[in-house]
Design a protein around this ligand. Structure first.
Ligand SMILES: *Cc1c(COP(=O)(O)O)cnc(C)c1O
Length: 403
């Protein structure tokens, strides 16, 4: 780990280094943060509501709740959905560990649905088969967390139909996907889900440093999420279980957390939202350009479902190893050595040592495992210039084709 880090630092020092993802902060972002720093409220102030309103309006959803990270958002989304001990959560094995860990935080069991060969999202056919079996065995999930991998939306219409048939809740992990579309409408509108979760980590589409958000159209979920974000406390007298003692009074109704975001971060987020469409447009342009420039290489390019418009958080190629004289690892590390900060999304969650302790084994989800043997995320971000992208293409060709 330390060694890999120092390799990246070395390449970075060589000034050739091109990361796989990077935030873009402009003067307006900096000014917005400074304005909050000079104001009376640096947390629990008006910048948070303003940020929530901007995102809710953009996504076409009724309610938004900003929190300290998408991981925190996934945790309270599960709690608000009633997930607890004895319940089951299903998600994709091809995701960041947080999409699964949120179920374990609640004392629930976690299981996975293998991925689709083309989209790398969880496979709806697999989901259907697994639901039929689970119903027979009496172990249906209470919550499904579909992950919009790389910014491409899952087939939400089919997921929603299955959620009605089998009575489970749907929490979309849209950490990659703000600015993307499904059936012509913004991801995050919750038309086919109960809650959508966003991440504002610096590698994602817009950033607040650390930060996340929950989106929902359901009033009762919204009230619960607001409380869970801040210790389970309410100051609304209508919700109190005893008469108010006075204007200082608050009540803790359940066991919540401090998962609040600061006004400083929210101001950055609101400012970043002004450029969201520009960010996604640029990513889309770079993706189309990669499609052109890479089409003759022995690799599989990212396939897009016709119902979706990706936000292009990631550009993932898959090596056709039978046509390449190198191993996956050799290509990956060769690229790192040339200063291209490639990455791998994702190590299948069920193969992590912690999940193996829970009983999962290599071989459980073969499609996700096969994908992991071949996948490489190559650089894509707003500030990637065309000459830099050309350099990525040149070095990729050399690394794959030359010995
Ligand atoms: C980044 C990410 C998360 C976690 O986001 P944080 O804001 O860093 O907590 C969860 N799920 C997916 C799919 C992610 O990419």
């Amino acid at each position: 780990m330390a060694k890999r880090f120092s390799t990246i630092r070395y390449a970075e020092a060589m000034s050739q280094y091109i990361p796989y993802g990077k935030q873009d902060i402009n003067q307006a972002d900096i000014d917005a943060v400074i304005e909050v720093l000079r104001s009376d409220w640096i947390t629990q102030g008006p910048a948070i509501e303003k940020f929530e309103k901007i995102v809710a309006e953009y996504c076409g959803v009724k309610y938004a709740v900003a929190v300290s990270s998408a991981t925190a958002a996934l945790h309270i989304a599960c709690l608000a959905s009633g997930l607890g001990i004895g319940d089951i959560l299903w998600t994709s094995p091809n995701t960041f560990v947080a999409s699964a860990n949120c179920g374990l935080y609640c004392g629930a069991k976690v299981d996975f649905v293998d991925i689709d060969t083309n989209t790398y999202n969880l496979s709806i056919d697999e989901l259907e088969h697994k639901l039929v079996r689970a119903e027979q065995e009496g172990c249906l999930p209470k919550v499904l967390v579909p992950v919009h991998f790389a910014g491409q939306c899952c087939e939400m219409e089919r997921i929603a139909a299955l959620s009605h048939q089998y009575d489970f809740k749907v929490i979309e992990d849209a950490s990659h996907a703000i600015g993307g579309k499904y059936l012509g409408k913004s991801i995050g509108n919750c038309e086919f889900s109960d809650i959508t979760v966003l991440s504002f980590h610096p590698v994602k589409i817009i950033t607040t440093g650390e930060g996340g958000m929950l989106l929902t159209n359901q009033d009762d979920l919204y009230q619960k999420l607001i409380r869970l974000r801040s210790h389970g406390i309410t100051r609304t007298s209508d919700l109190m279980q005893e008469e108010s003692h006075g204007s200082w009074y608050y009540q803790q109704l359940e066991l919540g957390f401090n998962y609040r975001i600061t006004d400083i971060q929210a101001a950055l987020g609101a400012s970043q939202m002004q450029r969201l469409d520009e960010f996604v447009e640029r990513r889309n342009f770079l993706a189309q350009r990669y499609h052109q420039l890479l089409q003759d290489l022995p690799i599989t390019l990212p396939w897009q479902h016709p119902d979706t418009e990706s936000s292009w958080h990631l550009y993932v190629i898959r090596l056709k190893l039978e046509k390449i004289n190198k191993t996956h690892r050799q290509v990956f590390e060769g690229l790192r050595q040339t200063g291209i900060g490639v990455n791998l999304h994702y190590i299948p969650v069920h193969t992590q040592p912690y999940y193996q302790q829970l009983g999962f084994k290599a071989g459980n989800f073969p499609e996700a495992e096969r994908y992991y043997q071949e996948a490489i995320s190559i650089p894509i971000y707003y500030g990637l210039t065309e000459p830099a992208q050309d350099q990525v293409v040149t070095l990729l060709k050399q690394t794959i084709l030359c010995n």
